[in-house]
Design a protein around this ligand. Structure first.
Ligand code: ZN
Length: 466
């Protein structure tokens, strides 16, 4: 952790910020981000990654004080749509006569409303209503309820089921009735554009991107750009993304639709494609996957302790023995991730390899993970694993002098150097998919071109003497 002294000020608090520091400070590990985006935060390893790599990039200065150091006129925010801070979906003051309450720890619907004077007959009748009213028996801390009393009887109630749907309970002649209303949702398109001056983090925030969108952009391009080593001052990005409006009010940002990143004069573009199940991924305009089918390393944070070497002297056996993989030094218990999608082919002790997992992938590729202290529970031979999924934990079983992961990458049975092997790309779109999707891509491309032209004009204008 000695690298931490490079920080001039402590990182902003909050786990999202820590992830961003990981970005801002370089150690991008697209795969690591993927894991994060998938909702498996492993804060400790992320933080240590960030700090340990803090001295690797020339653009690692703390983002806070540098966010304003940008070229004048270059960073423009889209002003065509109003930008308001994120607010909860139903953050609208209740009309008069209505009471709004937020559920606190230990409260159930009945204790909450009875405490506010609602007669038992009324709340029992509410709970007896059919349909979504049943959700009131499972209210959670932080949920908001609104209700109106009249002559000591319940006259109406509202409960937000999620950010778009609200349960309304009203009194009719024959008693209480419930109905669920869904807000009208609109997806508007907007953009952000910026230039790297200090860090991706700073430039992204300055361009009006949220933490999540910066992460998403870094994930999209993380397979092509090593943000730790290749990011340069003057790199530029343009992001088209959605904003979601509920009943005409901005609710939150949506997905990135298209993005361009110019890294050291290398122009990379990404366009979102959604399959029939609504699963999205990013491709080049021609439909090539931006992702590779493999991540380079199975650990989030590791140093190589022994390289692939056909003529190595074995540390324990003291004989010349090819080292057919890479050793990553890491402490016992560090999670080991499958580097690509596949199936478990072997899970068990394998001689000097100790507790070992072999994953079989498409294209005749096998990956091997040795010396594990333990396996991820629930995995057995034949289990499917996905890229980035934890399959076991670092250890020193078998012939090992210290805890480490021995990792091998084999193509058709031939050992390749995992550090340098050309990693296959993920599956491209099919020609029929590209044909259907292409008109949309052309529209996005035209918009990006237009934004770039406008930025260039503004920049040139700013450079002119008055
Ligand atoms: Zn080894």
């Amino acid at each position: 952790m000695s690298e931490q002294r490079n920080y001039k000020q402590p990182p902003p608090s909050g786990s999202a910020r820590n992830i961003l520091l990981t970005l801002a400070f370089g150690m991008i590990g697209a795969s690591l981000l993927l894991a994060q985006v998938d909702g498996q935060p492993e804060a400790d390893s992320l933080i240590s990654s960030a700090s340990a790599s803090a001295n690797r990039s020339p653009l690692i200065a703390p983002p806070v004080e540098l966010t304003r150091l940008v070229l004048p006129g270059w960073l423009e925010r889209d002003t065509t749509t109003p930008r308001s801070p994120m607010r909860p979906a139903n953050d609208v003051r209740p009309p008069s006569g209505w009471v709004e309450v937020t559920v606190k720890s230990g409260q159930t619907f009945s204790t909450l409303v009875e405490g506010l004077g609602m007669p038992r007959g009324d709340w029992a009748a509410v709970l007896a209503l059919k349909g979504d009213a049943g959700r009131l028996s499972r209210i959670r801390v932080g949920d908001t309820l609104r209700f109106k009393m009249q002559n000591q009887r319940l006259a109406g109630m509202e409960y937000a089921l999620d950010e778009l749907t609200t349960l309304h309970i009203s009194r009719a002649d024959d008693g209480l009735q419930a109905k669920t209303q869904t807000a009208s949702v609109e997806h508007r398109q907007t953009f952000a554009t910026g230039q790297i001056d200090s860090s991706l983090f700073a430039a992204g925030l300055d361009a009006g991107l949220t933490n999540r969108l910066i992460m998403e952009m870094a994930e999209i391009f993380g397979y092509q750009i090593d943000f730790a080593l290749e990011l340069r001052r003057g790199d530029r990005f343009t992001v088209l993304f959605e904003e979601i409006y509920k009943d005409g009010k901005r609710l939150r940002e949506g997905r990135i639709l298209a993005a361009e990143f110019i890294n050291q004069n290398r122009r990379l573009q990404a366009f979102r494609h959604e399959d029939s199940d609504g699963r999205g991924a990013y491709y080049t305009a021609k439909g090539e996957a931006l992702k590779t089918g493999f991540r380079r390393t199975p650990l989030d944070f590791a140093r190589i302790s022994s390289h692939f070497n056909p003529n190595r002297r074995h540390p324990i056996l003291n004989t010349i023995r090819a080292h057919k993989g890479v050793d990553y030094g890491a402490s016992t218990g560090t999670p080991i991730r499958a580097t690509g999608d596949g199936r478990i082919k072997h899970r068990g002790v394998m001689g000097g390899y100790g507790q070992t997992v072999v994953v079989q992938h498409n294209g005749g590729i096998d990956t091997l993970y040795a010396h594990m202290s333990r396996y991820r529970s629930g995995l057995r031979v034949g289990s499917r694993v996905s890229q980035g999924q934890v399959i076991g934990y670092v250890g020193a079983t078998g012939l090992a002098t210290a805890p480490h992961l021995h990792y091998e990458f084999r193509i058709n049975g031939v050992h390749k150097n995992p550090v340098t092997v050309a990693l296959p790309r993920a599956t491209p779109l099919q020609a029929s998919q590209v044909a259907k999707w292409s008109p949309q891509v052309q529209l996005w491309l035209a918009e990006i071109e237009q934004i770039n032209a406008r930025q260039l004009a503004m920049k040139n204008g700013a450079d002119l003497p008055n």
